[in-house]
Design a protein around this ligand. Structure first.
Ligand SMILES: [Zn+2]
Length: 428
């Protein structure tokens, strides 16, 4: 780890303060793009232009290629394509090349803002109130994207460049699969360490659960010798929901991990979609439920799939209605395993020192009740990757916000990290 003279860092911090209005304007521009997973391209193009024109980086832009990654153990199967998604990689080539190279990586996609009518102001029209910037993606994670770009920009504008290679990676489809991050790494865009500015309140993540998406389809009509018999699928859906919640309860009682001891229910199951019925005077006879179930470290995606399939089969084998046509279980989207990090690695120490330089304290640690792209770096590419980003709230909910002061502080912490991890060279 390089020691950076105080006067250099003071200079860089001043640059961040001086360009703060530009940074907020950039963040607002980014929030205006409705970059829902699968529709990231326009936002990615804007970022690519910025990196090329304003930061003089070499920029690679390409679509995730499913054919290339579909047999990778970290791949999540998709029911969609990447025609309107791409990956943007901004690269700085330092004189020491890979020696202390660093990736700053963030996802450009956001989740659905529905129901839009319940927002206090439209989700893609950023509004600042009391130091909070509101908008879909403001926290998760466009605030972090702005911070990583402006940290690098401040170093360059202050007249320096990192001695080792630096990559700014912007990836799509983090909210459904993580295949964007996987595709970037698979193409060889790796480094000695990575930082992911997820908005966890300036705390460093040391563990994250895994995530698996499922779909349960059921039918409430059957053919008999005397014609069809049927039941109401809306009413029967309650039985399927009850079974799923019972599966979650059984899991929570049997599986634990010390890294998640502080969480009430790390194996949370979220039911996200219920589709049944289409006309007031018809009796619905089909339905589907889609959701997400978590995994703890030491569990595998395949084990969890088998458990859920078997549980549904056994539960409904005893049921009068469903015994001869039990609900069917499918899996798609997230196939993500959990990870735990060692928080005393060289990269963590640099983060600790950088956070201390800006705030006067060490960053707290936390475990995450969700998955992030950090898992790919840890599990498949043997790289240290830390999630650490600004403070915000209401992610995946209405009225999402990011605390702007924390974005500024995080920008400074990233600049310190880049400087002390890679070292700086004066260029003007
Ligand atoms: Zn995120």
């Amino acid at each position: 780890m390089a020691t950076i003279a105080d006067e250099v860092m003071t200079h860089i911090e001043k640059e961040i303060d001086a360009s703060w209005e530009d940074e907020v304007a950039f963040l607002k521009d980014l929030v205006r793009y409705p970059s829902i997973s699968g529709e990231e391209k326009p936002a990615q193009k804007m970022i690519a232009n910025y990196l090329e024109k304003e930061l003089d980086m070499k920029v690679d832009r390409f679509q995730p290629n499913i054919e290339k990654i579909k047999n990778h153990p970290g791949f999540s199967p998709v029911e969609w394509d990447y025609e309107n998604s791409d990956i943007v990689i901004g690269q700085h080539f330092g004189e020491e090349q890979e020696k202390n190279s660093l990736i700053l990586q963030g996802h450009t996609d956001v989740v659905s803002p529905e129901p839009v009518g319940l927002w206090s102001s439209p989700p893609y029209e950023p509004v600042v109130t009391d130091g909070k910037l509101y908008g879909r993606g403001a926290a998760d994670m466009k605030g972090g994207l702005a911070a990583m770009i402006f940290a690098y920009r401040a170093i360059v504008r202050a007249g320096f460049e990192p001695k080792s290679n630096v990559m700014l990676q912007f990836v799509p489809d983090e909210e459904r699969t993580g295949n964007g991050a996987l595709a970037a790494l698979h193409e060889g865009y790796t480094a000695k360490g990575a930082l992911i500015p997820e908005p966890f309140g300036m705390k460093a993540a040391v563990a994250q659960v895994g995530s698996l998406w499922f779909r349960v389809k059921f039918r409430t009509v059957k053919k008999t010798e005397h014609g069809n018999v049927q039941a109401n699928a809306i009413e029967k859906s309650q039985q399927v929901i009850a079974a799923l919640k019972n599966f979650e309860k059984q899991l929570s009682e049997s599986v634990t991990h010390p890294a998640f001891a502080d969480q009430d229910n790390p194996l949370d199951m979220n039911l996200g979609v219920l589709e049944v019925g289409d006309f007031e005077s018809n009796e619905p006879v089909t339905g589907k439920i889609e959701g997400r179930i978590a995994l703890l470290p030491n569990e595998t995606v395949n084990e969890r799939k088998d458990q859920l399939r078997e549980y549904i089969q056994q539960t409904f084998a005893k049921d009068d209605w469903f015994n001869d046509q039990p609900p069917e279980v499918e899996f798609y989207g997230f196939h993500a395993e959990a990870t735990v990090s060692d928080d005393q690695t060289p990269l963590f120490k640099v983060l600790d020192a950088s956070h201390e330089a800006v705030t006067g304290t060490y960053p707290e640690r936390r475990s995450l009740p969700s998955t992030t792209d950090a898992r790919f770096f840890h599990l498949y590419y043997d790289m240290d990757a830390i999630c650490y980003g600004p403070d915000g709230g209401n992610f995946h909910e209405i009225d999402e916000w990011v605390d702007l002061e924390s974005v500024k502080k995080v920008t400074k912490v990233y600049a310190y990290m880049l400087a002390s991890w890679s070292g700086l060279k004066r260029i003007k």
